[in-house]
Design a protein around this ligand. Structure first.
Ligand code: AMP
Ligand code: MG
Length: 342
């Protein structure tokens, strides 16, 4: 009997010896993509082997690429009805679309209400005028009367989303959608949802400033995310995250110059011009689509009202005003700064 117990214990020890090294055998891998959302994508993840990492990256990439195509307002792709197709069909007839488009459009309408209209995905007509000038880069601004005319076609109530038939209709022929303020954050959420089925135990995906983090590293720490200072070299702050998104909107990300003055890409629906209150807003929260929507909307919202919206949403937010002053709400204080000053 005694020898039986000894051999069972020995067997248990052997099993433990076999299992323990494999617990720490996860290595960190990294991969870059250059063809998604008009930006650079980085995937970092812990996996047991490079082939496990590659396989997981393929799964993530496929989802990101599908989102990229679905929410593209400027290109069409064979075999799919995307935002470009919806815009082309404005004033003509409802179009059947993928459930992801329905989901994000419904959420965008909610965020329009929550942000008092600062985030308006139906503002494509105005945004296109700014985009044209930025891309041509001919030292020219959109004409005032053109902007005002385009603003007549930005009423989000003209965006009709029918979940039952999975269709979308723009009632106004001159109206168009632009999902640039929210699509990358949503894509992060899609990745979050599929990560448990991949072979990565912890991962970070950075979609051009929209960062999602998943899980804890083998040493049980979170991912350290640095947010660049818009005021000079180095980081404004660093934050350790797991299962959180860190999303930044900045006036330095996309812009053009007219007569020596910079005009960036975040357009205030009230003035029809680039927002002038802040140069950077960073949002940290669990939901990527919400973080992305907020980063754009709070960029255009007076601080006091923005703080209210941030608190109601449970998001941590750090604002850098155009005069360089840094503001943060309570959750940001707790999550990021806990003791240090910036
Ligand atoms: P983000 O970098 O997330 O702040 O998004 C900026 C992008 O969102 C721009 O390039 C436009 O495509 C779009 N955009 C700009 N201003 C607005 C706005 N007020 N509401 C909705 N989308 C906007
Ligand atoms: Mg955004």
């Amino acid at each position: 009997m005694k020898s039986k117990i000894v051999s069972v214990l020995l067997l248990l020890c052997l099993c433990l010896l076999l299992v323990l090294p494999s617990c720490s055998s996860f290595a960190l891998y990294e991969k870059f993509y250059y063809d998604l959302f008009d930006t650079i994508t980085v995937i970092r993840g812990y996996a047991k082997s490079s082939s496990d990492f590659e396989e997981s990256c393929n799964t993530i990439y496929n989802e990101l690429q599908t989102c990229h195509k679905l929410f593209d307002a400027y290109n069409e792709y064979e075999g799919i009805n995307n935002i470009f197709s919806v815009n082309k069909n404005a004033g003509v007839s409802p179009l059947t679309v993928d459930g992801r488009i329905i989901e994000l459009l419904e959420f965008s309408k909610q965020m329009y209400e929550k942000t008092d209209g600062a985030l308006n995905v139906a503002m494509g007509a105005v945004l296109e005028l700014w985009r044209d000038c930025r891309e041509k880069n001919e030292n020219k601004l959109p004409y005032e009367d053109e902007l005002k005319e385009a603003a007549e076609h930005c009423d989000i109530n003209g965006l009709v989303v029918d979940k039952e038939s999975s269709s979308v209709y723009l009632e106004d022929r001159n109206m168009s959608l632009d999902m640039g303020a929210i699509a990358k954050g949503y894509a992060c959420d899609r990745v979050t949802a599929l990560l448990p089925s991949t072979k990565l135990t912890a991962a970070l995906v950075n979609l051009g400033g929209n960062v999602m983090t998943y899980g804890e590293k083998p040493d049980e720490s979170g991912w350290n995310i640095g947010v660049n200072s818009p005021l000079g070299e180095g980081n404004l702050f660093e934050v350790e995250c797991s299962d959180l998104c860190v999303i930044t909107s900045g006036d330095y990300q996309r812009y053009f110059v007219v007569d020596g003055k910079r005009y960036h890409h975040i357009i205030d629906p009230e003035t029809l011009y680039p927002g002038s209150l802040f140069c950077q807003v960073t949002v940290i929260c669990e939901n990527g689509a919400m973080g992305d929507a907020l980063s754009t909307a709070l960029f255009l919202t007076e601080l006091e009202k923005g703080m209210e919206i941030a608190d109601l949403s449970g998001a941590a937010v750090v604002w850098v005003a155009t005069d360089g002053t840094v503001y943060k709400n309570q959750r940001a204080e707790e999550l990021i700064f806990a003791g240090d000053e910036i």
